[in-house]
Write a protein that binds this ligand. Structure first.
Ligand code: NDP
Ligand code: MG
Length: 380
C-alpha cells in the first residue's frame, strides 16, 4: 500500500491524481491533501478520502475545519506544506503545487530521502542543482510527472545515459502556433488560456502559450536526465500523441505514445517501478490520420530561447528566468500587461542580472524575491 501526500490536491494535477487513487483503493491511500483558495473542494476531498492531515492557508480556516473534521490534523501555510512533504506516515509525496512555493517542500522531502513524484517543474528550474544533489545524497527517488519527462523516463528504462544521442521533447505549440509577433500584440487572456490539447491550471496554460513551458521543461530534462542543452531538442508536434522521444547513439529512436491525459503519467509515477492497469482510453491508430512535426519558432516565441540561454549560462540565471516569468504571468492574467510584455520584460530582467554560482536554499530564495521586486518596479 502506498500512502501518498498530495501537495496541491485542489489543482488540475491534484484532482487527476485523486481520480487515479479513487480507482485503486487497494493500492493507494491518501495521507495528506492540501489546498490554498478552494476550500469547498478541499472539504469534499477530506470527506471522500479521509486523510490523516490537510494543509490550509491560515489558522482561522484550520480552526473552522477542525470543528468539522476532528480526526484530521490541520497544517498551516508554507510550514504546513513542508510538514506535509515530510509527513511520517507517508511513503510518496506528489508535489502538484504551482510555482516557487513548491521548492521548500521538495527540498524537505529530498533531505529525508522520501520518494517524490514531481509535477511542480518550477522546483527544478530554480533549485535543480541543490535538489538533485540532495536527492542523490539521501537516497529518495525523483519520479517525473510532466508528460514529456515521464515519456523520456519510460523510453530510457534499462539504457545507459552514455547511449543517449539526444532527448526530443515534443510540444503542442500552444494556442498561438503559427502566429508572428504582429499577431500576438493584442491577444487576450481568454485566448491565451485556450490550450488546443490539454486542460490545465492557468499558469501553465499561459506558459504553454508563450512556449516558456517548453523552456522550463528543457531545464527540467537537463536536471532529471543529466543531459547538456545541446542534447535536448524541442520538436513541435501539434497532435500531442507522441509525448517525447529518445534517440540513442545507434540512431534508434524510442517514443512513448498515448492520449493527451495527465492521468497516464500520474498513474505511471504512482505505480513506478511497475505498471498498473487503469481505465483510461487507449489510442486507436486507425483514427489517427497523420502525425505532424515542425521546428519551434524561436524568433517569435523568445521564452524558449531564453530558457536555453539561461541553462547554458548556469548559476542563478534560471532562478531569475523562473521568478520573472511567474511574476509576469500573474500580471498578464490580471490584465496589467499585454501578452508580449512577458517575453520582453524577461529579456530586460535577464540582461541586468549579476549572476551568482554558489547556490544554497537561502540564496535561491533571496534571488527569487529580488527578481520579483525588479519585475514589480518594471510593471508599475
Ligand atoms: P493548478 O493551478 O491547477 O493547481 C495548483 C495547486 O497549488 C492548487 O491545489 C492550489 O490550491 C495550490 N496552490 C497555489 N498557490 C499556492 C500557495 N501559494 N500555497 C499553497 N498552495 C498553493 O496547477 P496545475 O495542477 O495545472 O499545475 C501544478 C504543477 O504541475 C505546475 O508546476 C505545472 O507546471 C505542472 N504541470 C501541470 C500539468 C497539467 O496538466 N495541469 C502538466 C504538467 C505539469 P487552490 O486551487 O486551492 O488555490
Ligand atoms: Mg509537459
Amino acid at each position: 500500500m502506498k500512502k501518498i501526500a498530495i501537495l496541491g490536491s485542489t489543482g488540475s494535477i491534484g484532482t487527476q491524481a485523486l481520480d487515479i487513487i479513487a480507482h485503486n483503493p487497494q493500492e493507494y491511500q491518501v495521507a495528506v491533501v492540501s489546498g490554498f483558495s478552494n476550500m469547498t473542494l478541499l472539504s469534499k476531498q477530506i470527506n471522500q478520502f479521509n486523510p490523516e492531515a490537510a494543509v490550509v492557508s491560515d489558522e482561522a480556516t484550520a480552526l473552522r475545519f477542525k470543528k468539522e473534521y476532528p480526526k484530521t490534523e490541520f497544517l498551516i501555510g508554507s510550514l504546513g506544506l513542508v510538514q506535509a512533504a515530510t509527513y511520517a506516515d507517508c511513503n510518496l509525496v506528489l508535489n502538484a503545487l504551482v510555482g516557487m512555493i513548491g521548492l521548500e517542500p521538495t527540498y524537505a522531502a529530498a533531505k529525508i530521502g522520501k520518494d517524490i513524484a514531481l509535477a511542480n517543474k518550477e522546483t527544478l528550474v530554480s533549485g535543480g542543482s541543490l535538489i538533485m544533489k540532495t536527492i542523490s545524497e539521501n537516497g529518495g527517488k525523483l519520479i517525473p510527472v510532466d508528460s514529456e519527462h515521464s515519456a523520456i523516463s519510460q523510453c530510457l528504462a534499462g539504457n545507459d545515459n552514455k547511449a543517449i544521442k539526444r532527448l526530443i521533447l515534443t510540444a503542442s505549440g500552444g494556442p498561438f502556433r503559427g502566429k508572428k509577433i504582429e499577431g500576438l500584440k493584442n491577444v487576450s487572456v481568454d485566448q491565451a488560456l485556450k490550450h488546443p490539447k490539454w486542460k490545465m491550471g492557468k499558469k501553465i496554460s499561459i506558459d504553454s502559450a508563450t512556449l516558456m513551458n517548453k523552456g522550463l521543461e528543457v531545464i527540467e530534462a537537463h536536471w532529471l536526465f543529466d543531459m547538456p542543452p545541446e542534447q535536448i531538442e524541442v520538436l513541435v508536434h501539434p497532435e500531442s500523441i507522441i509525448h517525447s522521444m529518445v534517440e540513442f547513439i545507434d540512431h534508434s529512436i524510442l517514443a512513448q505514445l498515448g492520449a493527451a491525459d495527465m492521468r497516464g503519467p500520474i498513474n505511471y509515477a504512482f505505480s513506478h517501478p511497475i505498471r498498473r492497469e487503469n481505465d483510461l482510453v487507449g489510442l486507436d491508430f486507425t483514427k489517427i490520420s497523420a502525425l505532424n512535426f515542425e521546428k519551434p519558432d524561436l524568433e517569435t516565441f523568445r521564452c524558449l530561447q531564453y530558457a536555453y540561454d539561461t541553462l547554458k549560462l548556469g548559476g542563478s540565471y534560471m532562478i531569475v528566468l523562473n521568478a520573472a516569468n511567474e511574476e509576469l504571468v500573474g500580471f498578464f492574467l490580471n490584465n496589467k500587461i499585454p501578452f508580449l510584455d512577458i517575453q520582453q520584460k524577461i529579456q530586460i530582467i535577464l540582461e541586468t542580472h549579476n549572476p551568482v554560482y554558489e547556490l544554497t536554499m537561502e540564496t535561491i530564495l533571496s534571488i527569487d524575491q529580488e527578481t520579483r521586486e525588479k519585475v514589480r518596479q518594471l510593471c508599475y
